[in-house]
Structures are given as C-alpha cells and as structure tokens.
Design a protein around this ligand. Structure first.
Ligand code: GNR
Ligand code: NI
Length: 184
C-alpha cells in the first residue's frame, strides 16, 4: 500500500467532474487500498479520488470512529449515485482534507438512498442517515467538482479561497480564526 498526496485549494483539479469507472479490476482495488490508507493517515472519514488527483468516480468512507481497538468498517464506493434525498434537513460542521483547517456548518438532506458498486463490482443500494449521509453527500459533491464552501455565502467562500491563494504564493498555510460555529 502507498500513501498518496492530497491536493488542496486552489488546485483547479478540485473543480473537475470525475468520469465513471468502466471496469472493477485488481488495478482499481490496489488504488482503493491506497486511498483508504491515505484517508486513515490524514486522518479523515471520507476521501474522493479527485482529492488525490484522479478524476474518477471513486470514494472511500469510514465513519466508524477511531478509538483504540475499534473495528474499522471501510466502505468502497464506485460510481456512487444518490437516487433519493429526504425532505428533512440536518446540519453538521464540515471540514475537508482539501481545505485544511477550515470548518463551517452545512445544511443537507438528512438521509439519502445511495446506489453504488463495491470493490468486487457488485451493485448495492443503501439508506444512510446521520454523519454517513452527510459524508456520502460531501464525497459525491467532490465527484461533481463541488466543495462544501459552495454552500456558504459568496463573501465567506471568497475569503477562504483568497487565503489559500495567498498562502500558496508565500508557501505558507492559511490561518482561520476559529470554527464557524464559535463565531458571532
Ligand atoms: O474527514 C472529513 N470529515 C468530514 C466531516 C464532516 C463532513 C464531511 C467530512 S469529509 C472529510 C474528509 C474529506 O475531505 N472528504 O472529502
Ligand atoms: Ni472533502
């Protein structure tokens, strides 16, 4: 297994629409293992292939928690599609490995029905709610070139992007005052 490099704002690749996977084979399974290792090391609860520069519709997720001894329950999602979204909404404070150290509350459908292929190419349909639902929606957004900052006001989004552009130019890391939920 190999740990991959995660791309961050303002890398324009993050805005690409990823292409469907055509064949689930050993090469893809090796890549899935590398993505999972990269996600666990980060650490994160989800990772989309485009975050390691690969514009394919591939996602890894594990929302099972990281307490010592806790069993890992990774999900490998190939060509995931949200088939229905609930009317009710829930709000989570989201973060993104491609937007390090910035957090903000995002409101999304509270539950979704998801169709996907597993690492053997077998189709599944699952209902998800809670953090898993939020994470699935955050990852499927990545596959369509969408980021959680797109749900914020234009002012806030542009402030975040500007800080990353500035930091990239000076080879530093942007600094954010606090978590969004602690402001105001
Ligand atoms: O690790 C992550 N945590 C998280 C928290 C709330 C909502 C979504 C996420 S996904 C994020 C990892 C990531 O950037 N996935 O694309
Ligand atoms: Ni993300």
């Amino acid at each position: 297994m190999a740990k991959l490099d995660i791309i961050t704002l303002p890398d324009p690749k993050l805005r690409l629409v990823s292409a469907p996977v055509e064949r689930v084979d050993d090469d893809l399974r090796r890549f899935l293992d590398d993505m999972l290792e990269t996600m666990y090391e980060a650490p994160g609860i989800g990772l989309a292939a485009i975050q390691v520069g690969v514009p394919r519709r591939i996602v890894t997720i594990d929302v099972s928690g990281r307490e010592d001894g806790a069993e890992r329950k990774p999900l490998f999602l190939i060509n995931p599609e949200i088939v229905t979204s609930a009317e009710d909404r829930s709000t989570y404070e989201e973060g993104c490995l491609s937007i390090p150290d910035f957090y903000a509350e995002v409101e999304r459908p509270a539950s979704v029905r998801l169709r996907y292929l597993d690492r053997d190419g077998k189709p599944h349909e699952i209902d998800a709610d809670g953090l898993l639902s939020t994470c699935i929606q955050h990852e499927v957004d990545h596959l369509d070139g969408k980021l959680f900052i797109d749900y914020l006001s234009r002012l806030k989004r542009e402030m975040v992007v500007k800080k990353f552009v500035k930091a990239a130019k000076s080879g530093t890391k942007p600094e954010f005052k606090s978590h969004a939920s602690e402001e105001m």
